[in-house]
Ligand binder design. Structure first.
Ligand code: SF4
Length: 368
């Protein structure tokens, strides 16, 4: 880890507004934390405008200054490899086509993702929404947020609303409270979820005042996005703890990333570290066929083998569900532990490969 720069007081460092103002946007600013390689410098120059290069000082302080393959650094510092991927597309989940109004994405009958802003504390190089995050065109004006809320009011099937973005916690407390108040005023909205990476990338955003406000809008759930055990810092643990103490269940959604978390030991350390923080590993996503991200993608067979290997090695609830997101919803990518049937027995395979025959009579013909 890099130390925080000389001259920065603890109070400044822990002030989330200071962190947002002082975000790193140039190779020169990055050089206060790491020694950028020539590849990184050129990639920042060539890619900075296409997909913004922005990092919080806090997250930069987690980087290894001398190792360009540092798993923190690789998530947020551009590489020239982003320019040589011919395979990806801009919107692999066809989210624009699934939007009845701007930034409301509906892939299921009863729930939506509502992208309430286009701003994040930093920009992850593998971001599914890199087509919109940091892009002015996707800024949500107040009247556009109202249009999304109106659509939800007029659509009584929607019982579950995920506020995402960008990152909804980059809003100030007042704006977020206004949005939550409006959603809570819609009788058919049973639960609200927040998808945020700020507890990972800017944990000081999770203030006591924010949590006091959030807990007035229950039932509220939060999903965070840790990808590597090195992100599980005391500051991040405190942020999650504040959310949990406000009565908010916290789950984690990670992305399987080549060279970052695609080996059993790293994934196990991540999941067990999350559980120690009382954060439930929920999903691990297969990285999408997204432009500029081929160097991050892991073959699905390798992902299935990885999560197969975790089974039996750690607590069941420490193992997230490995999923592929598609324009038609999520698909679990699981090892087939059920191996077939022999007469009245179903054949299964236990965690250590032991075959087991479970008596399970065939369905009788007449039953419902
Ligand atoms: S924090 Fe989430 S939405 Fe923002 S750039 Fe990273 S992955 Fe994308």
């Amino acid at each position: 880890m890099s130390p925080r720069p000389a001259g920065v007081e603890d109070a400044q460092w822990r002030d989330w507004t200071w962190q947002m103002r002082e975000r790193i946007r140039t190779p020169e600013a990055l050089a206060r934390y790491v020694r950028p390689t020539e590849d990184e410098r050129r990639a920042i120059a060539l890619l900075g405008e296409r997909f913004h290069f922005v990092i919080t000082p806090y997250y930069a302080s987690l980087m290894d200054p001398d190792d360009p393959d540092c798993p923190i650094r690789r998530q947020v510092v551009p590489r020239l490899a982003e320019l040589t991927d011919p395979s990806g597309v801009a919107d692999p989940l066809d989210e624009v086509a699934h939007s009845p109004v701007k930034n409301v994405i509906r892939a299921y009958p009863d729930r939506i993702a509502f992208c309430v802003n286009n701003e994040c504390a930093l920009y992850c190089r593998f971001c599914l929404r890199k087509r919109m995050v940091g892009d002015e065109e996707w800024t949500m004006k107040r009247r556009e947020l109202e249009a999304g809320l109106d659509w939800i009011r007029r659509t009584p099937e929607i019982r579950d609303v995920l506020l995402t973005g960008g990152d909804p916690l980059t809003f100030g407390d007042d704006r977020l409270a206004w949005l939550l108040e409006a959603l809570r005023g819609i009788p058919h909205v049973e639960i609200v979820r927040l998808g945020t990476r700020l507890p990972v990338t800017l944990p000081f955003r999770v203030t006591d005042a924010l949590c006091r406000m959030l807990e007035t809008y229950h039932p509220l759930w939060v999903n965070v996005h840790f990808n590597h055990p090195r992100e599980l810092t005391p500051e991040a643990a405190e942020a999650c703890d504040r959310l949990l103490r406000a009565g908010i269940p916290v789950g984690n959604q990670s992305v399987l990333l080549r060279g970052i978390n695609d080996d059993v030991a790293t994934m196990q350390a991540l999941c067990e570290g999350l559980v120690r923080m009382r954060v439930r590993p929920y999903y691990c996503y297969q990285a999408q066929l997204l432009e500029g991200t081929a160097h991050f993608r892991v073959p699905i067979e390798d992902g299935i083998a990885l999560f197969r290997a975790l089974r039996g090695r750690t607590s069941g609830f420490a193992i997230p569900l490995y999923v592929l997101d598609t324009p038609h919803g999520k698909v679990p990518l699981t090892y087939p532990h059920v191996r077939g049937r022999e007469g009245d027995h179903v054949l299964v395979e236990t965690w250590d490969g032991t075959p087991w025959r479970e008596l399970n009579p065939e369905r009788s013909g007449g039953g419902a």
